[in-house]
Design a protein around this ligand. Structure first.
Ligand SMILES: NC(=O)C1=CN([C@@H]2O[C@H](COP(=O)(O)OP(=O)(O)OC[C@H]3O[C@@H](n4cnc5c(N)ncnc54)[C@H](O)[C@@H]3O)[C@@H](O)[C@H]2O)C=CC1
Ligand SMILES: O=C([O-])CC(=O)C(=O)O
Length: 351
């Protein structure tokens, strides 16, 4: 999945480079060939932010996108003008302020939401709830109205609560489809792959590691027992890798020392997940990514695990597979915290 995302981006970069050095006839032929893919509109809400800007760039490089809609409460005209000059397939439009939100969303196939405040050192993701819950609620109300069939990729934290909030908003509006709502946990997978490759000394491009549970602290449960290529890391190594993956967000928050949280790695992860959603919509077979979705694989109503993506969004929520004793313990310990974050979101949405 990561490799195929790279291929898409690489192909777009190659097309752009050769288009600028070839005649206009060639340029036309190239744009016709990319236009043979279905039209797909992607909207980014929070597009002028730390994640939103690089994510807008990466989505502009994705040849599966024909229309890129950039929305924020401020700053989007500049971001849209800038990104729109890149000679790739999609048409770019910037929308600013609530009165333009409807236009930004109309006809969207995929809506990516990195809108909201990020953490500062000393904060938990749950400390963002008071501000971000309201932002997510109002954006999802507009999604229910203007693009009820879109796949929603929720990045705004705390994901463990913002996804249940979105589900409740959609239920109230009568538009909820559990196959179309995703909490983006791809960054946990990206980190687990990077850290595992470094420790096990295996080529990072070949690494696969499922990460299940949720997206905060101990609710992030990487399943290194299922990591490939196999390695014989010690129990201590696995514990250290697990902790580093769980604290990956905090590592960045502390390094940025008050200037926000992960933005560039998150944009990369968000672009991979959106690319997987688009491939699924386009009928590409066997597209699998981890995501926090409505689920019945544990007692909790939402849970992150491997998910097969298809033409209608979630095609299948895959099970956890065999867990080591250490992972079984991790699963038991994360349930109460994840349960309470989910309930907090549901309660907020129904106030
Ligand atoms: N799921 C994940 O793995 C990750 C999630 N995040 C979360 O993503 C969110 C955004 O982070 P950053 O981009 O670093 O923050 P940022 O502050 O740089 O950008 C947020 C953007 O959202 C915009 N915004 C605020 N209210 C809005 C509204 N009602 N409608 C549209 N846009 C609105 C702001 O104007 C700003 O441009 C945070 O909640 C952060 O915790 C961050 C990293 C990883
Ligand atoms: O840690 C944060 O606040 C942002 C985030 O979710 C991550 O980087 O995983």
């Amino acid at each position: 999945m990561k490799a195929s995302m790279f291929r898409s981006v690489e192909a777009a970069l190659r097309r752009a480079a050769s288009a600028s050095s070839s005649s206009s006839k060639h340029l036309l032929r190239r744009s016709y060939s990319s236009d043979s893919k279905p039209e797909r509109k992607v909207a980014v809400l929070g597009a002028a932010g730390g994640i939103g800007q690089p994510l807008a760039l990466l989505m502009k490089l994705n040849p599966l996108v024909s229309s890129l809609s950039l929305y924020d409460i401020a700053g989007t005209p500049g971001v849209a003008a800038d990104v729109s000059h890149i000679n790739t397939r999609s048409q770019v439009a910037g929308y600013v302020g609530e009165e333009q939100l409807g236009q930004a969303l109309e006809g969207a196939d995929v809506v990516i939401i990195p809108a909201g405040v990020p953490r500062k050192p000393g904060m938990t993701r749950d400390d963002l709830f008071n501000i971000n819950a309201g932002i997510v609620k109002s954006l999802c109300t507009a999604i229910a109205k203007y693009c009820p069939n879109a796949l929603v990729n929720m990045i705004s934290n705390p994901v463990n609560s913002t996804v249940p909030i979105a589900a409740e908003v959609f239920k109230k509006a009568g538009t909820y489809d559990e196959k179309k709502l995703f909490g983006v946990t791809t960054l946990d997978v990206v980190r687990a792959k990077t850290f595992y490759a470094g420790k096990a000394k295996v080529p990072v491009a070949e690494v696969n590691v499922p990460v299940v549970g949720g997206h905060a602290g101990i609710t992030i449960l990487p399943l290194f027992s299922q990591a490939t290529p196999k390695s014989n890391l010690s129990d201590e190594d696995i514990k250290a890798l697990t902790k580093r993956t769980q604290d990956g967000g905090t590592e960045v928050v502390e390094a940025k020392a008050g200037k926000g949280s992960a933005t560039l790695s998150m944009a990369y992860a968000g672009a991979i997940f959106a690319d997987a959603c688009l491939k699924g919509l386009n009928g590409v077979p066997d597209v699998v990514e981890c995501s926090f979705v409505q689920s019945s694989i544990t007692e909790l109503p939402f849970f992150a695990s491997k998910v097969k993506l298809g033409k209608n969004g979630v095609e299948e929520v895959l099970g956890l597979g065999p867990l080591s004793d250490y992972e079984k313990q991790g699963l038991a310990s994360l349930i109460p915290e994840l349960k309470s974050s989910i309930e907090k979101g549901i309660k907020f949405a129904n106030q």
